[in-house]
Write a protein that binds this ligand. Structure first.
Ligand SMILES: Cc1cc2nc3c(=O)[nH]c(=O)nc-3n(C[C@H](O)[C@H](O)[C@H](O)COP(=O)(O)OP(=O)(O)OC[C@H]3O[C@@H](n4cnc5c(N)ncnc54)[C@H](O)[C@@H]3O)c2cc1C
Length: 319
């Protein structure tokens, strides 16, 4: 097998954690196939993040500047680097950016792609991607049959490892090409202080919140924990909170370390979006609510008593 190429992500001047999760996953693949892990960082200040990628298993880190994010130019650069370096496995983040450029990279390399994997392993020299299907009711294990195998991996689905490697920086020049579509501006929606799809803690509210006037209760808990605020579709459809907060089949797919569901029954469509969370805490008055079937910790109680008590205890502990 050739090299494993990991595409990291720099956003707002910071290295996204998914970059380290991908390097860690790449390290395991490389160790199982006697290959190397080479990371690619595109953007200003990329050199400064190489050590962080070395610390979790990158043998080499290629860096290049490419101006502002554009999925077309980024796809050209990634495909060019993959060709130059003879990569046979390419791992990319299933982030907003990654979802935009990864299919383009697959087309440019004539490679098969599995998107939104939550775990990667190796079988018979080929990477096996575990991916949720049927709204999270089951998992499919998929292999890519082309010579180059491409995968996008959901943020927070994997660990950050500690197998340190050199992480040697090499500036690389790659053809960015011409973008046919120019991005003229970005508008953030919803006002979430922490991005929902990348948050490691999410506090979500459902119909049990009773009305929009009660969501500040959850926002205070979010602020205390550094969490993002989510919601069920029932809350969104009632006009209590904007759609950008919706988690589920027709909302966002999230994979935080901890998902705190408040007054949410746990419909299959909601669980499609949060079922892969590491720890699920459910607060619900109804002991028969389906959410308790997937919850790590369940609190059968009135959320209007539990949430303020939780917030006050966390404030004491976290300051
Ligand atoms: C095609 C399709 C796509 C959909 N996509 C989505 C999606 O993306 N996301 C999504 O969430 N839904 C989605 N839905 C809707 C989904 O089927 C459910 O209707 C919805 O998830 C229910 O939201 P809920 O759990 O907030 O409300 P409910 O099911 O009404 O549950 C409210 C819960 O709050 C509890 N409760 C009430 N008061 C309190 C209290 N004081 N303290 C504690 N607990 C309390 C109740 O016991 C109850 O369990 C979709 C449906 C369809 C058909």
């Amino acid at each position: 097998m050739g090299n494993v190429l990991v595409v990291g992500e720099i956003k707002d001047g910071a290295l996204k954690k998914i970059s380290k999760e991908l390097v860690t996953a790449g390290r395991k693949i490389a160790d199982a196939t006697s290959s190397t892990v080479e990371a690619l960082l595109i953007g200003a200040g990329a050199d400064g993040f190489a050590a962080e990628l070395g610390a979790c298993g990158a043998d080499k880190v290629y860096t290049t500047e490419a101006g502002d994010f554009n999925p077309e130019t980024f796809a050209n650069i990634i495909a060019d680097v993959a060709k130059q370096k003879g990569a046979t496995v390419v791992l990319m983040p299933h982030s907003g950016q990654g979802k935009d450029y990864s299919p383009r990279v697959a087309v440019k390399l004539g490679a098969g792609i599995v998107a939104d994997a939550v775990a990667l392993s190796v079988d018979g020299g080929k990477v096996v991607a575990k991916k949720p299907i049927y709204s999270g009711k089951a998992f499919a294990n998929l292999k890519v049959s082309t010579d180059i195998q491409i995968f996008t991996v959901r943020p927070n689905a994997g660990e950050v490892g500690t197998t340190a490697k050199a992480g040697a920086v090499e500036k690389i020049s790659a053809a960015s090409g011409e973008a046919k579509v120019k991005i003229t501006g970005w508008e953030l929606t919803g006002g979430n202080k922490v991005q929902l799809t990348e948050a490691s803690i999410i506090v979500s509210g459902g119909r049990g919140m009773k009305g929009p006037e009660n969501f500040p209760l959850l926002q205070t808990l979010c602020d205390t924990l550094g969490a993002a605020l989510g919601a069920s579709r029932a809350a969104v459809d009632s006009g209590w909170i904007s759609h950008s907060h919706q988690v589920g089949q027709t909302g966002k797919t999230v994979s935080p370390n901890c998902y705190i569901a408040c007054g949410i029954s746990g419909s299959i469509q909601h669980m499609a979006g949060m079922g892969s969370s590491k720890y699920i805490v459910a607060i619900n008055k109804d002991p028969e609510a389906p959410i308790f079937k997937v919850a790590t910790y369940g609190v059968v109680a009135d959320l209007f008593e539990v949430v303020p008590a939780l917030t006050s205890e966390f404030k004491k502990v976290l300051g």
